[in-house]
Design a protein around this ligand. Structure first.
Ligand code: EPU
Length: 421
């Protein structure tokens, strides 16, 4: 296993490229199962989660390759219908093969994705939506066993206690593309990744209206086709580098970053005193020595503040003098990073699903343990801002979703490297 070692305190200057969005690529890879023709997906970074998803598609009977960030997938005419526990349990997005499999085969057995360190992650909305399309669902032996003679369009409300669901919207929308008749998904998620998946499906021949809104109208078609598509840039990776620059100081140009996908983050950064320049496909972040101001943040579905940037925002607030409050409304238990940030000298305490951060002037380097993907990123940027040396252990979490993060940071001046444990 690897660890990341950081000698903190070096400001960030230069340019870097943002990779394709993991959370777009994963459901799009699942969507390729809706046809037996070949699809080509560009701008897919070779991340661990992408490799896991491609392995699952191979198991289901697809021919796959992934070279130079281009994924080619040719699903077999005789797809298998079982997505085994060993694969689905490692990554929740793999549950998204359920919609395409049931739409193509009328039968699917997909392992339940299981628990997660960021809190409970139910699948009730996925199942509700599919059942309303006419799918019969049984849960047996840890698997969702689904059958349907013909999917039928319906009016489906897809909202839960925490609002809309990104992957449930994707799963149900994919199934509805091949259903008989018209489906309305109310309270659909409208994250840029859902929009990217919708555009991919439309290219395949799906008839979908209301793209990017909370109401999707899907008119079922008989057949979809293989297509070529370029995945959108990763707004969470871009946001992580923006927060790193804000925390450490410097002047960084992020190429291939769409400012419109990070509207709320940009607004918050400006409010606290960071200079942001928006360009067409890039963003410049400038943080001079001036002190930043504290801020209150509440995570919410898009276009609200993304839960996937909550930990990194918290890292920034630890060195922003004054009291900041971060309330988590998407995953109320997603706070595993607090104890590790406190080990570096931060002063954070948890009150229900709100973290109260009493900003200090400096963090001090320490050995810390990554618990999940975004918590790992928060610890890395905290280490870059801290005095002396930090070591972030269990970086396999980081490799699930950040492509060459330490190389990209080194290119803009950070003193960071990877070592074997
Ligand atoms: N929820 C339900 N029932 C469901 C599904 C979700 O109650 O059937 C709840 C969840 O427990 C949560 C809320 O709805 O409280 C929103 O969860 P959502 O379903 O939107 O999450 P997801 O689709 O499983 C995707 C991303 C996550 C990201 C969330 C929220 C992928 C592969 N994953 O998950 O990304 O945090 O949306 O934006 O797209 C990450 O990249 O680190 C990550 C965790």
């Amino acid at each position: 296993m690897d660890k990341i070692v950081i000698e903190g305190g070096k400001k960030l200057y230069g340019e870097l490229n943002i990779s394709g969005a993991k959370n777009s690529a994963l459901p799009i890879i699942a969507a390729t199962l809706l046809t037996d023709e070949e699809s080509i997906i560009e701008n897919v970074p070779p991340l661990r989660d992408v490799a896991s998803m491609l392995k699952l598609l191979k198991t289901l009977g697809a021919r796959v390759s992934h070279e130079k960030e281009i994924v080619r997938i040719k699903p077999s005419r005789n797809l298998k219908y079982i997505a085994p526990y060993k694969m689905v349990s490692t990554m929740r997005a793999s549950f998204c093969v359920l919609g395409p499999l049931i739409a193509r085969l009328g039968k699917a057995e997909v392992s339940l994705p299981g628990g997660c360190i960021i809190g409970p992650r139910p699948i009730d909305l996925h199942l509700k939506g599919l059942q309303e399309l006419g799918v019969k669902v049984k849960i047996e032996g840890g698997y969702v066993k689904a059958t349907a003679s013909r999917l039928r369009g319906n009016d489906i409300f897809l909202g839960g206690a925490f609002g809309s669901s990104v992957l449930a919207t994707g799963n149900v929308m994919m199934a509805a593309t091949l259903a008989k008749g018209t489906t309305y998904i109310e309270n659909a998620a409208c994250e840029p990744e859902v929009v990217d998946l919708t555009r991919f499906l439309i290219k395949m021949g799906a008839r979908i209206e209301g793209v990017g809104t909370h109401l999707l109208k899907i008119t079922g078609v008989k057949k979809l086709h293989g297509v070529r598509h370029r995945v959108i840039p990763d707004r969470i990776e871009a946001g992580t580098f923006m927060l790193a620059t804000a925390m450490i100081g410097g002047n960084v140009l992020l190429r291939d970053a769409l400012p419109e996908h990070n509207g709320v983050l940009i607004d918050k950064l400006k409010t606290i005193g960071v200079t942001i320049r928006k360009h067409k496909n890039s963003v410049t972040v400038v943080k001079k020595t001036r002190k930043l101001l504290p801020v209150n943040i509440t995570t919410m579905p898009y276009p609200g503040f993304p839960t996937d940037l909550q930990a990194q925002m918290m890292a920034l607030m630890t060195v922003t003098p004054g009291i900041s409050v971060i309330t988590e409304k998407v995953y109320p238990e997603r706070f595993m990073h607090i104890s590790e940030l406190n080990r570096m000298g931060a002063n954070i305490f948890l009150e229900g699903s709100s973290a109260i951060i009493n900003g200090t002037k400096k963090l001090s380097g320490a050995p810390v343990m990554a618990s999940d993907l975004r918590a790992s990123a928060a610890l890395v940027i905290a280490g870059l801002a801290a005095e002396d040396r930090s070591e972030v252990h269990r970086v396999y979490h980081l490799d699930r979703g950040y492509y060459k993060i330490e190389e990209k940071l080194r290119d803009i001046g950070a003193n960071i490297w990877r070592e074997k444990e």
